[in-house]
Design a protein around this ligand. Structure first.
Ligand SMILES: Nc1ncnc2c1ncn2[C@@H]1O[C@H](COP(=O)(O)OP(=O)(O)OP(=O)(O)O)[C@@H](O)[C@H]1O
Ligand SMILES: [Mg+2]
Length: 512
């Protein structure tokens, strides 16, 4: 990626944080940070999970208040007691966690609390018209009356974005806006961001997808452990600079584990087919056959819409295929429920971890042990200490940054919540673990940790691993084998000596 965004900015600073600190009990989320938002440009905030990015953004948008420090807007100190104070001054935020009401329709989600009033009450027709216009701008034609819960995750994220755009703010904060978007949806969003910039809107952007974020970055800022460790204009930085500033030293995502023989096929999928529920005549999963042997790590690469998620969800029992078979150690899994499959040792870490993976009202520890609760209530192991040991081990293994197992899940940073879901699934001691985009939203350090954990499981316990990704570099890390999916089918299969270009070509994507 060599595309650079032009800098329209005259380098005026519109909004700053001055020496801002924030503590949550003993946790010092921000330790005196200075941060500038430049007019008409994109300021990108990089940092590991728990570095304090969302905390800083919530302070700038009035959602929470700093423990100390000042906010300066247009050269004047301001005090925001609530989010609406910031909105009134032209600052809005797209939150990392979706904040839509699932049972309400798209229109009402966008205009909730800011209804357009006509002569005889709320002007629903005008609201619907504006909703349709916003969705058209985002090139996602969705009926304004569709309930949000009927939309796929990426579409929900676009509604969230549309809502922020509808406010016409002059400072727009985007906290991980693309985590569920497809490559083409990201392109559209970037076009919208460039338009906003041209109109003088200032943008703060946060993403763990570093290469993607670099495409629109004008100013880069790196937070580390609540402190700002680096900042520079786009022209002076590259990917390596970001990685180095984020984690401090060199690391990589690992290599395929070796030194042992692969076992028998643990997961065997034959001719799996799932029809499209929509209007295309094509099957979403179209006669997919694949095999993962004990101890083997296989990566599935593909663009969004290639059918990766659907294939994995069908294998896990979340979707019902029209034909084909899924076998675990030679045993037929079709007809078994998700729970029965988990029990047999076939687990999926889903893509939408926030919704499907966590119980928001429970603690970190309760969430971690949820899926493996059977292990503590069965046979001799009914003890609390076994459970505590498992929780502590999981927290360590997936490097969850938390005060401890009793902390509420909501107190964790977004990426750390995702690590809890991964830890929870691994704690069930699976034979086959499938992970759908395991690295979305987690920082590169944590990615390396998760990958090394999977590699260890494969080598030491004969765990069979099947993970999907849309980042080629991740395929070229620990996977022994790489399968490329395109339009519901397997379009190519490679061993780990394949090049980035070959993988991308097979997916229908050009490596630029
Ligand atoms: N409500 C809260 N209560 C207690 N601790 C919190 C709360 N919110 C955040 N924290 C802690 O503050 C620190 C910074 O969290 P923050 O959400 O800002 O991180 P982040 O940089 O956005 O990470 P991520 O990339 O994972 O989203 C973390 O250690 C987190 O656990
Ligand atoms: Mg965050």
């Amino acid at each position: 990626m060599t595309r650079h965004s032009p800098i329209h900015a005259d380098d005026t600073v519109v909004l700053s944080a001055l020496n801002v600190a924030k503590s949550y009990g003993n946790v010092q989320a921000l330790k005196g940070v200075n941060f500038d938002v430049h007019k008409g440009s994109v300021t990108t905030l990089f940092g590991e999970n728990g570095a304090g990015k969302s905390t800083l953004m919530k302070i700038l948008s009035g959602v929470i208040q700093p423990t100390s420090g000042d906010i300066i807007l247009d050269g004047q100190p301001v005090h925001f007691s609530r989010a609406s104070d910031a909105t009134a001054r032209g600052i809005s935020i797209i939150h990392q966690e979706l904040s839509l009401a699932p049972n309400m329709n798209v229109r009402d989600n966008i205009f909730m609390g800011r209804e357009i009033m006509g002569a005889t009450g709320v002007d629903y027709a005008e609201e619907a018209r504006q909703t349709a216009a916003l969705m058209a701008e985002l090139e996602e034609e969705i009926d304004p009356l569709t309930p949000v819960e009927d939309l796929r995750l990426g579409q929900q994220q676009l509604v969230e974005i549309a809502r922020a755009l509808s406010v016409k703010s002059r400072i727009l904060i985007m906290d991980e806006p693309t985590s569920a978007l497809s490559a083409s949806e990201v392109e559209v969003l970037f076009k919208v961001i460039r338009d906003l910039k041209a109109r003088g809107v200032s943008i703060v952007y946060i993403s763990h997808h570093l290469e993607e974020a670099l495409q629109i970055t004008d100013h880069a800022v790196v937070l580390r452990d609540g402190e700002m460790t680096a900042r520079a204009p786009r022209a002076e930085i590259d990917l390596e600079w970001i990685v180095r500033s984020m984690v401090g030293d060199n690391f990589d995502l690992g290599t395929p584990p070796t030194g042992y023989d692969l076992g028998a096929p643990a997961l065997t999928i034959r001719d799996l087919t799932l029809p499209d529920t929509g209007h295309t005549l094509r099957n979403v999963v179209d006669g997919v056959s694949l095999e993962v042997r004990a101890g083997e790590i296989v990566c599935i690469y593909g663009l969004m819409g290639a059918g990766r998620t659907e294939m994995l969800e069908t294998a896990a029992g979340r979707l019902t295929p029209t034909s084909g078979s899924v076998m675990l150690d030679g045993q037929d899994m079709i007809g078994l429920t998700i729970a029965q499959r988990i029990d047999r040792g076939l687990v999926l870490v889903p893509e939408d971890r926030q919704r499907d993976g966590l119980v928001q009202t429970m603690s970190v520890g309760q969430n971690l042990s949820l899926a493996s609760i059977g292990a503590f209530t069965r046979g001799l192991f009914t003890s609390k200490s076994d459970e505590k040991e498992l929780i502590d081990r999981s927290i360590r293994e997936v490097t969850v940054k938390t005060d401890g197992g009793d902390a509420p899940i909501g107190s964790l940073s977004g990426g750390n919540q995702q690590k809890v879901v991964i830890g929870k699934m691994l704690a069930t001691n699976p034979r086959v673990v499938m992970l759908d985009e395991p690295s979305r939203g987690i920082d590169i350090g944590a990615k390396a940790e998760v990958f090394s954990l999977l590699a260890k499981g494969a080598r030491d316990k004969g765990l069979a691993v099947l993970f999907s990704t849309s980042e080629v570099n991740e395929c070229l890390s620990i996977a022994h084998r790489i399968i490329v999916m395109r339009r519901g089918r397997i379009s190519a299969e490679f061993d780990h000596t394949v090049t980035k270009e070959q993988i991308m070509a097979a997916s229908g994507e050009a490596a630029d």
